[in-house]
Design a protein around this ligand. Structure first.
Ligand code: ADP
Ligand code: MG
Length: 251
């Protein structure tokens, strides 16, 4: 059965999608069977893996709302498998309210695929609403990217409160896989201070691997490739390789 990891932080722009795409691809390069489930209506991890987000059909929206078979929605790429998203997913949070077991729709879909993979990553939207609750119910654990910037910890208490609620009822086994420091700039004191503060707040739960700020990581998506294919010798590629090693060695 796959280890299902939700990449979550309700703040936008902290590196969720960058991490979901590049970590998936790096684990794929290690020979792991990986599925990346894009669960953000912006569908940036779909396009980041080289899949056309406007035409991918069926997609995760069709699986959740229209009863499409999960396996039929999976797209195989050179960098690993993708369950594509679509902007229609933005309305799914409302449509799901009328469906039985609305918090478990994603879990049902991913459990049907779990036997085929070592890892399934869920790239979450920047909110704590029903879509994210679905991700928290489907996941065994959470990977929380934290940007090394002012207010890095802001909002994390809301995330952890939501996690506690989900654990109390819907998914008692949910655990924290790890906190990932992203966009670290070793030239600034701010990055160092934030890293120290995050480590104090989450003792023993911060990955040893830190993702540096690296312009190649921000260029790769517009080429529809993970960093491992766009610029394998960049510092960003090296960092995500190290993170993949760190995660694979924990399993
Ligand atoms: P989220 O999914 O949390 O909204 P993204 O992964 O989309 O965040 O990242 C936000 C922006 O920052 C994107 O333009 C992305 O390319 C860029 N970015 C992410 N990580 C890095 C990094 N380590 N170095 C430089 N740019 C990055
Ligand atoms: Mg994103």
């Amino acid at each position: 059965m796959a280890k299902i990891i939700a990449v979550v932080n309700q703040k936008g722009g902290v590196g969720k999608t960058t991490t979901a795409v590049n970590l998936s691809a790096a684990l794929h390069d290690l020979g792991k069977r990986v599925l990346l489930c894009d669960f953000d209506p912006q569908a940036n991890s779909t396009s980041g893996m080289g899949v056309d987000k406007n035409t991918a059909s069926p997609n995760i929206y069709d699986v959740l709302i229209n009863g499409a078979e999960p396996a039929k929605a999976v797209v195989r790429t050179r960098y690993g498998d993708v369950l594509p998203s679509n902007k229609a997913l933005a309305g799914a949070g409302i449509e799901m309210i009328a469906i039985d077991n609305r918090e478990r729709l994603l879990k049902t879909a991913l459990d049907a695929l779990s036997g085929d993979y070592d890892y399934i990553f869920i790239d979450c939207p920047p909110s704590l609403e029903l879509l994210t609750v679905n991700a928290l119910c489907a996941a065994g654990s959470l990977l929380v990217p934290v940007q090394c910037e002012y207010y890095a910890l802001e909002g994390l208490s809301d995330l952890l409160a939501t996690v506690r609620l989900v654990k109390r009822g819907l998914n008692p086994a949910l655990s924290l896989e790890g906190v990932l420091l992203t966009m670290f700039d070793s030239r600034t004191n701010l990055s160092l201070q934030v890293a120290e503060e995050v480590k104090r707040h989450f003792p023993g739960q911060v990955y040893a691997t830190v993702i540096p700020r690296n312009v190649r990581l921000s260029e790769a998506p517009s080429h529809g490739r993970p960093i491992s294919a766009y610029d394998p010798y960049s510092r960003g590629a090296e960092a995500y390789r190290l993170l993949a090693d760190e995660i694979a060695s924990k399993r």
